[in-house]
Design a protein around this ligand. Sequence first.
Ligand SMILES: [Zn+2]
Length: 145
Amino acid sequence: MSLNALPPVAKSFFAFCKKCDADRYHVVLAHTSSTSAKIKCEICGSQKTYSLPKAQTRTGKPLTGAAKAKREQTLSARKSSHRNEYDMLMSNEGAQTVTYNMKNKFEKNQKLQHPKFGLGFIKDAASDKIEVVFEDEVRTLVHNR
Ligand SMILES: [Zn+2]
């Protein structure tokens, strides 16, 4: 049960009682602020302060932060999996290392030295394009011009 406003003084409402360890009717003794009230369990007589749930009065902001953190986490996971692929390809000792020049024709499974992007690995090659895994990302380059 969730309330949007405090129940009036002297009225009973259902709330969780820690002492009874169960949901009990509680009598409202007094309002201590606009969002909290002093209440008393009708069963065991224990008194406590009841506060309106904060999430009900303040929506949006905490969720936005959490969603953002989650997105950053996903991005960093994707980055690290790319990094693993790059390291794995680079550990391929048998691959020939070639220097990039768009006029030359390159083959799949060669290491490619690029003047701007650094060392990459040719994952796929078509007649006019090669797909190269560089340290930061996968790029499509032209060749065989
Ligand atoms: Zn109780």
